[in-house]
Design a protein around this ligand. Structure first.
Ligand SMILES: Nc1nc2c(ncn2[C@@H]2O[C@H](COP(=O)(O)OP(=O)(O)OP(=O)(O)O)[C@@H](O)[C@H]2O)c(=O)[nH]1
Ligand SMILES: [Mg+2]
Length: 402
């Protein structure tokens, strides 16, 4: 029995609809002379369309139903009746789905933006009925054309999550804790390894509503590139992250050595994809609330030359620098500092503003809204009020007399 709940790769069979045949028919009616040919055209076959949707996050439905067949067009009939066109089959897939042709190995589409539609199998054209073949020398044509043949192919669909930040770390480093602390996502957090077995994406919102998408993937361990642990298959979900975020357990729970962890993680991702080490990255030293972490942090800086962001996912902590005695640490400290740096590396902006032609200005440059009346300039960006997007200036109509 199929019991999986998350699928990021499937093979599907797609087939568009066949075009309906044209018809051969003659008008035969009492008391009507010269009836003539009246066979209508067949309808077009339906297309198979893949549509990017933010409401699905896995290819699971296609795993259970891998045959995507669109409806055939209906044949034409007498009385110049046209056949109905076949219905398109529209299938929702998650944003970030790569589609390749199994036979040729060629990329068919990269479905990334919500609402994007890609026709992966075009319906056959409808055939012509015999009305089209009437001419001065052939007034009773018996020919019609058959409907167009459907397109049929096998496709591989692969989900590669698109995120602004991808969390990378050993099991139990605190990746899921970090995501649940920063976003409203609720990944499972527990003190045993491989708690997370599917990638999870959460949206982190800044006070000015700017957003970044953060992806939490299962932990990787030494030898993962050879398939140890959960392997590296899910690392494809980090391949399209703009910034990689290393999450290290600086407290060295279970006798781990954070500097070794860092070296192993770097080696494993380089073995998976040689481009990944070139990607911008940030390093987080997590669990700084624990006493062992302070000692390890000093050694980590000495061994690697990297000054990580010292953070803790403990929600009760107010001032980490004070609590963890990090006064003499000259590296960055705190979740806010990390988020600000993450923001500096990219250009997060509210998704709601995507329909605007220009990006909203940074908060401190926004028009002043403290007075009685909100200036029109500021209202333009208040998309939550459902104000129509700014219209382009229309040209005066040519027929007007001035
Ligand atoms: N003291 C302390 N414990 C933490 C901190 N962050 C996470 N933990 C604990 O560490 C354990 C592992 O946390 P997870 O968030 O599940 O770790 P993970 O990296 O997602 O682990 P996998 O999903 O197995 O890869 C849990 O028991 C957390 O409560 C922290 O900042 N301080
Ligand atoms: Mg986890």
């Amino acid at each position: 029995m199929k019991t999986r709940t998350f699928i990021d790769q499937v093979e599907v069979e797609v087939r568009s609809g066949k075009g309906g045949d044209g018809s051969t028919s003659f008008r035969r009616e009492a008391l009507v002379a010269f009836g003539g040919p009246d066979g209508g055209d067949g309808g077009r076959g339906g297309d198979v369309v893949l549509r990017a949707s933010t409401h699905v996050n896995s290819l699971i439905s296609l795993y259970f139903e891998p045959r995507l067949f669109a409806e055939n067009g209906v044949p034409g009939s007498g009385g110049r009746c046209f056949g109905r066109r076949g219905k398109d089959l529209v299938v929702d897939v998650p944003c970030g789905t790569l589609v390749t042709d199994v036979e040729t190995g060629l990329l068919v589409a990269d479905i990334t933006t919500p609402g994007q539609k890609v026709i992966v199998a075009k319906g056959g054209a409808g055939g012509f009925g015999n009305v089209h073949f009437k001419s001065s020398v052939n007034q009773a044509p018996t020919e019609h054309t058959p409907g167009g043949v459907p397109e049929e192919r096998r496709l591989k669909l692969e989900l590669k999550t698109i995120a602004d930040a991808g969390l990378l770390g050993f099991p139990n480093a605190g990746k899921s804790s970090l995501l649940s602390r920063l976003s409203s996502a609720t990944p499972k957090v527990a003190s045993y390894p491989f708690t997370t077995i599917n990638p999870i994406v959460g949206t982190v919102e800044y006070p000015d509503f700017a957003q970044i998408r953060m992806a939490d993937v299962p932990g990787i361990i030494e030898g993962a590139s050879r398939g140890v642990g959960l392997g590296l298959a899910f690392l494809k979900h980090l391949e399209r992250s703009r910034v990689l975020v290393y999450v290290l357990d600086m407290a060295g729970t279970d006798n781990r050595k954070p500097w070794d962890d860092y070296a192993i993680l770097s080696k494993e991702i380089a073995e998976y994809n040689t481009e990944l080490p070139e990607r911008p990255f940030l390093v987080l030293a997590n669990k700084m609330d624990k006493a062992a972490a302070r000692k390890n942090l000093k050694r980590f800086v000495k061994e690697t030359g990297v000054k990580p962001f010292a953070i803790s996912c403990e929600p009760s902590l107010k001032d980490l620098r004070e609590y963890a005695d990090l006064k003499d640490y000259d590296g960055p400290v705190g979740m806010d500092v990390f988020l600000e740096e993450r923001r500096r590396r990219g250009n997060p902006r509210p998704r709601a503003h995507q329909h605007l032609e220009e990006a909203p200005p940074p908060l401190h440059e926004m028009p002043d809204t403290t007075g009685d009346e909100i200036p029109a300039e500021a209202l333009k960006f208040a998309t939550f009020l459902k104000i129509d997007p700014p219209k382009k200036k229309s040209h005066p109509s040519r027929g007007n007399i001035h």
